[in-house]
Design a protein around this ligand. Structure first.
Ligand code: ATP
Ligand code: MG
Length: 420
């Protein structure tokens, strides 16, 4: 029996990895323009961290976490909680009151695998901690939008406000009353959630539930003056930055820690996997985890979903990185020289390939084309005798002699010159 990768865990093959790297590089470039700094975090954390931050009655904590129950450890299902843990643990706010941090890496959730939904998936995650102004929310959203635009991924941006501990509890009460009135129209899950996590009912994907909650009260109608003003400020700033958005009165997020602004970047091209990225403000989270009373906002983008959308929009195969030079050692005489020279060139930063098999020139030239070498250096017995190799330009097929005399580094220098 062949051993295969487990369900929901996927290999990223070299061709795909090229695209992944370009996504990651693009994220780094853009985030750094916004003053974000990278943080790298462990994959295993105390289970308690996620229970306390994400919330006990969320889907993620209830049924999606990979937990080592005997050790009290969990493979991170998201990055925000870990960033907050590190932020508190290292007192990062003392060093700099506003921290802008990002991280890129794998997350783990036990979900039903489908296109764009895996059990190990990857996120690009960005957080701004310690700033309360609505312009910050708009700036962060604009950064996410800039990343997607730069990658050529088309999305619709939806925003909402989830209020704060002042306006949310009375709203929740009103919502529970309403949901109880319409409970016969809701699915079993939603009937249960009516008491455990009523906001989540608004977010149920099942069409009967969607129809049933269509005229449920929205938190937007009962925001406290501070939250209302904050949300107004976010909209105004987004307009100022010319970022198009729609308000989704019923958007709730799957994690309990959100307050005020929430947002999603949505696509219609990935079936049920509508969100490419999402995030929001979490003003009480850091304090709740035992840290200072500081607010924050962040988002996470799914790398698999970004890569899938890029593939759908651009069918061209991404070429792998071309090599600068292919060293064709013909016969056995030239092999030591070619071996040593190849190493020397790699030391000098030249992407060099070599074939040790002593195969025919034809076979080696074919191999040189396969690795997209710009040049091939041909050295056989005759060339050794004359101390003159042949340098072939693979595109023009022009050939010129190359003096093989002198020390290895001198030869490497002559080659460097010729390759320029
Ligand atoms: P969904 O509604 O699709 O389950 P979510 O609300 O659970 O998404 P978040 O926790 O907000 O997702 O994570 C942010 C992003 O991470 C998502 O928009 C998505 O691109 C990606 N993501 C989340 N879960 C998965 C998964 N299981 N497989 C692949 N990507 C995922
Ligand atoms: Mg989910």
């Amino acid at each position: 029996m062949k051993i295969q990768a487990i369900n929901g865990f996927k290999d990223i093959l070299p061709e795909a990895a090229v695209r992944w790297r370009s996504i990651e590089q693009c994220a780094r470039d853009i985030f750094e323009r916004f003053g974000m700094r990278e943080i790298r975090l462990p994959i295993l954390e105390s289970t308690e961290l996620f229970v306390r931050s994400i919330g006990e009655s969320t889907d993620v904590v209830e049924k999606e976490m990979y937990t080592f129950t005997d050790k009290g450890l969990t493979m991170r299902p998201e990055a925000t909680a870990s960033i907050m843990r590190a932020f508190i643990e290292h007192g990062l706010h003392v060093q700099q009151p506003v921290q802008r941090l990002y991280t890129i890496g794998p997350m783990f959730r036990h979900e039903r695998p489908q296109k764009g939904r895996l059990r190990q998936f990857h996120q690009v995650d960005a957080e701004i901690i310690g700033a309360v102004e609505p312009q910050i929310d708009a700036e962060l959203i604009a950064m996410g939008q800039m990343l997607l635009d730069t990658l050529g991924i088309k999305v619709n941006l939806e925003i909402n406000s989830l209020g704060c501990p002042v306006c949310r509890p009375p709203y929740k009460q009103r919502l529970v009353t309403h949901l109880q009135e319409i409970s016969s129209e809701l699915c079993d899950d939603c009937r249960r959630r009516t008491l455990t996590n009523p906001l989540r009912v608004l977010d149920c994907k099942k069409p009967p539930c969607r129809a049933a909650v269509a005229d449920a009260p929205s938190l937007l109608d009962v925001l406290c003056p501070e939250c209302d003003q904050h949300f107004f400020g976010v909209r105004q700033s987004l307009e100022l930055l010319a970022i198009p958005f729609a308000i989704n009165r019923f958007m709730v997020r799957g994690l309990d820690y959100y307050t005020r602004t929430t947002f999603e970047f949505l696509t219609t091209d990935l079936g049920a996997q509508a969100a490419v990225g999402a995030g929001g403000r979490y003003d009480g989270l850091i304090e709740q985890l035992g840290g200072p009373k500081l607010s924050g906002i962040g988002f996470a983008m799914g790398v698999e979903r970004m890569a899938l959308l890029m593939e759908q929009q651009d069918k061209t195969q991404w070429p792998s990185e071309p090599m600068d030079l292919f060293v064709a050692a013909l016969g056995t005489e030239s092999l030591p020289l070619c071996t040593r020279l190849t190493h020397e060139l790699r030391l000098q930063g030249i992407k060099t390939a070599i074939d040790y098999s002593g195969r025919s020139l034809k076979a080696q030239l074919k191999q040189a084309s396969r690795v997209q070498a710009r040049f091939t250096l041909i050295i056989g017995d005759d060339e050794m005798e004359r101390q003159q190799g042949i340098l072939r330009n693979m595109a023009s097929q022009e050939q010129c002699p190359l003096d093989l005399n002198g020390a290895h580094h001198q030869l490497a220098e002559r080659l460097l010159e010729a390759l320029r």
